[in-house]
Design a protein around this ligand. Sequence first.
Ligand SMILES: [Zn+2]
Length: 237
Amino acid sequence: MKRMIPVTPRQKEFQEEPCPSTYIRSKKVDTNQHIFLTAEDSFKRLISVVEWHARCCKEKLKPTKMLKKGHVCKTSLKCNDKETPHVFSWSSSPYLPTKDYLVNSRVNHGITCSGILPAVYKRFAQGSGIGVISDENRTSFFNVHSQHIQEEYKYSTDIALLQEIASYEELDSKIDIMSDARHGWRKNAKDTSVVCTGEKHIKLLVVNMLRKQWTLYLKDMRDLGQRRSSTIYMKMM
Ligand SMILES: [Zn+2]
């Protein structure tokens, strides 16, 4: 038996409007639209705000002017209610206790750890249109964190020296050491020294791709990994 469920005017209004597609095909003229980085929490909060507004107001929310703060987008959402329009301020990044944006701080962290040159970062950021962190902001970040970087550098150097010394069966007068464990063979990393490791052993934190010729070294890695269970080592040829 069929039951007739009454449809409220609001539900009727919803039914008349088809759901917009989540697949968007960008036109040529739209390829220069705003592109920015966002964080999970900010994205979820945006959904929550829009949901709250939809429950208590029939007008649509629209973003006003979008401002770039580094890689972060800052904007306001305003509805068309003529008497008392709702206005929500939204940033694509949460704030840290220091009032800095989390997103920009994470990018600054990546810049510092990768050894990328400032000029290369700026060309990449400007070329891709994702916003760019100013020289002042990057310098300020580096100055704040340089003490921690120096401590990490000293710690990794001490550990690397001890590991290297322990790896020599008969220690002569000298040992070999690398001053950059990230990618010391790269030209743009030669002047950085955030982390350090021995010449005979290299710590592997993450391996994404295994090449066929590496399989010869797997046995060495396993043997060494068993000897020092907390860390995996790769023996250099
Ligand atoms: Zn409203």
